[in-house]
Write a protein of this length. Structure first.
Length: 125
């Protein structure tokens, strides 16, 4: 069949050869929607529609999906972000080293009140 023929174009649009449009009812469950979205991108959906469905159904991207850069950042912004990450990692390393070092307990200072109590208890028969 010639792809440019009228019947081919009508079949793509969902119109039967007799000129009537065929419709059918289908029930889509949440589980079926999640599994369909997990298999890959839905070509019938716009990017925003697909994103909305993924958020609504809680469907994750397929493992084979390419990660895309969401925001386009300038070189200066990327360098600043790198400095922030480096500073954060150094801070975490410093915190971890402090936590690993045992802290010495301060020697208890002699309390005058405590000494009085101890002397009084020793004098009691």
């Amino acid at each position: 069949m010639d792809p440019d023929s009228k019947a081919a174009r009508a079949a793509v649009k969902g119109v039967h050869m007799s000129g009537t449009r065929r419709t059918r009812t289908a029930v889509a469950t949440e589980q079926a929607g999640q599994s369909a979205l997990r298999r890959g991108a839905a070509p019938e959906l716009d990017a925003t529609e697909e994103r909305a469905l993924r958020m609504r159904l809680g469907a994750s991207l397929p493992l084979s999906a390419r990660l895309e850069r969401i925001a386009v950042a300038t070189d200066v912004e990327i360098e600043l972000l790198a400095y922030e990450i480096e500073a954060f990692l150094q801070l975490e390393a410093r915190r971890a080293s402090r936590a690993a070092t045992p802290v010495r307990a301060a020697a208890p200072a002699a309390s005058r009140t405590k000494e009085k109590i101890v002397r009084a208890l020793r004098r009691k028969p």
